[in-house]
Write a protein that binds this ligand. Structure first.
Ligand code: MEV
Length: 268
């Protein structure tokens, strides 16, 4: 079994060695079960790749039960690799999942695999790896589905293509993460919210925000969120929005529902 994740801060910048902050979404999980069969099993390309990496033979049926929406920046692919490796009792689960993520995403930073395996939030960088980050804001985070599938591989490749132009924004995204760490420790929720808004604008500048991401951010902030941004690869996928009152979060959730957007509330 493995759970979903949301990137709180630093998506795309982590690919370039900057720091990122992610949180586990324990309510959304994926489980795999393996069944020996007599005939060769039909598998899609991704499951087939993961199965080969895990050393699962082609007559083993792989049954997946997932509560993680696919293509929404919530780590569904990393969680899938981990869940299958766990079901097969592989020893080097992280190593296998990292390799599968390379196949699925092209150039992953490694943050997703680390977070879908960790029940605590993480401060992650390629250099320092995953460091548990304990904070409690007594606040609420809405996870909002744009309904649009975002292909992380494409978004990451596009940011790379325009790296010279994007560098200044990537640098700032990395600095924001460093500032947020201090605000999280000091429970400065207003500052965390402001930096979410700034991060969203930077993610727009590097070209990974879909108009639905922008619409959601606008609705959330208009109805009292402290800050909102896209989360994960972007190009659709999901957004996150911070409030310090459950009532505000529920009100925003209702306004989003009226516009056709599904959302979940988690505590942070
Ligand atoms: C995806 O959850 C986060 C990205 O930064 C890609 C990665 O770090 O592998 C967009």
């Amino acid at each position: 079994m493995a759970h979903a994740k949301a990137i709180f801060f630093g998506e795309h910048a982590v690919v370039y060695g900057k720091k990122g902050i992610s949180i586990p979404l324990l309510e959304m999980s994926v489980t795999a079960k393996l069944n020996k069969k007599n005939e060769i099993q039909k598998r899609d390309e991704i499951i087939n790749y993961i199965a080969n990496e895990c050393g699962i033979d082609n007559k083993t049926e792989i049954i997946i039960e997932s509560k993680i929406p696919v293509g929404r920046g919530l780590g569904s692919s990393a969680a899938l690799s981990v869940a299958i490796a766990v079901a097969n009792k592989n020893k080097e689960i992280k190593k296998i999942a990292d390799k599968c993520e390379k196949f699925i995403h092209g150039n992953p930073s490694g943050i997703d695999v680390n977070q879908v395996m960790s029940k605590t939030p993480l401060l992650f960088s390629k250099k320092d790896g995953a460091i548990p980050l304990n904070f409690n804001l007594d606040s609420f985070l809405l996870i909002i589905d744009t309904g649009i599938v975002g292909i992380t591989k494409n978004a990451v490749a596009r940011v790379k293509e325009n790296f010279e132009k994007n560098k200044i924004y990537i640098d700032r995204l990395g600095n924001i993460t460093e500032e947020v760490v201090i605000h999280l420790k000091n429970k400065n929720v207003n500052e965390v919210g402001n930096l979410m808004n700034e991060a969203h604008k930077l993610l727009q500048k590097i070209g990974v925000s879909h108009k639905k991401n922008d619409e959601i951010v606008e609705i959330c902030n208009c109805y009292g969120a402290l800050g909102s941004k896209l989360t994960g690869g972007g190009d659709g996928g999901c957004c996150i929005s911070l409030t310090n009152k459950l009532e505000t979060a529920k009100n925003i959730q209702e306004k989003l529902r009226e516009k056709g957007y599904l959302s979940w509330i988690v505590t942070v």
